[in-house]
Design a protein around this ligand. Structure first.
Ligand SMILES: Cc1cc2nc3c(=O)[nH]c(=O)nc-3n(C[C@H](O)[C@H](O)[C@H](O)COP(=O)(O)O)c2cc1C
Length: 174
């Protein structure tokens, strides 16, 4: 099975989860960071496509939205996983529903909000100011939910024992 993990990242958290998943999954796994690549890519060689994003001020990067719009028809013919990094746990589910189209969410075999990080030292002054004002956070913190990441990975995996274990976890997002 060949898998593509497509992601965007601002301070590195979504990327680190993409690498974690790539290490976890079996078979060939390619990574595509849309921060420095065009949204044009050939999905034909891939049976599975995982899309990862973070959210900033309620939005995912335009480039990731453009990727989804551009490849939606192809994506609906593949095994798809969607994950979102975010720090507002209480609105994580709502944010997830707002950023990924319903058609894609319904089609996906795995959907997850996986927490996130505030990596202050990697932020611009403007980002630090927003984080401090909105969240009161002045120092870096990590709130990645690795239990959810592992469950997501098991759902994507085509190994029977992993699928059985994933099905005993929390119900997935719609
Ligand atoms: C300027 C800024 C705005 C953010 N806005 C939101 C938000 O609207 N909702 C949320 O849940 N998290 C928000 N976050 C948290 C990010 O989603 C979190 O830091 C994530 O781990 C970033 O991942 P990345 O480094 O891969 O971009 C924000 C973070 C920053 C720095």
């Amino acid at each position: 099975m060949r898998t593509l993990i497509v992601y965007t990242t601002r301070h590195g958290t979504t990327e680190s989860i993409a690498h974690y998943l790539a290490d976890w999954l079996t078979g060939d796994v390619d990574l595509l960071n849309l921060n420095d690549r065009s949204t044009h890519c050939v999905l034909a060689p891939y049976e599975t496509v995982i899309i990862g994003s973070s959210i900033h001020i309620g939005r995912i990067p335009a480039r990731l939205s453009a990727f989804i719009t551009r490849h939606l028809d192809d994506l609906l013919r593949k095994r798809v996983g969607l994950y979102l990094c975010c720090m507002n746990a209480s609105s994580a589910r709502t944010q997830f529903e707002e950023v990924f189209p319903l058609e894609l969410r319904r089609h996906a075999i795995a959907c997850a909000t996986v927490g996130g990080e505030f990596l202050i030292e990697r932020m611009t002054i403007a980002d630090r100011l927003i984080v401090r004002t909105v969240s009161g956070v002045k120092e870096s913190i990590s709130r990645i939910d690795y239990d959810t990441v592992n469950c997501f990975a098991r759902s994507i995996s085509n190994r029977d024992e992993d699928a059985a274990e994933a099905s005993t976890g929390d119900s997935p997002l719609p």
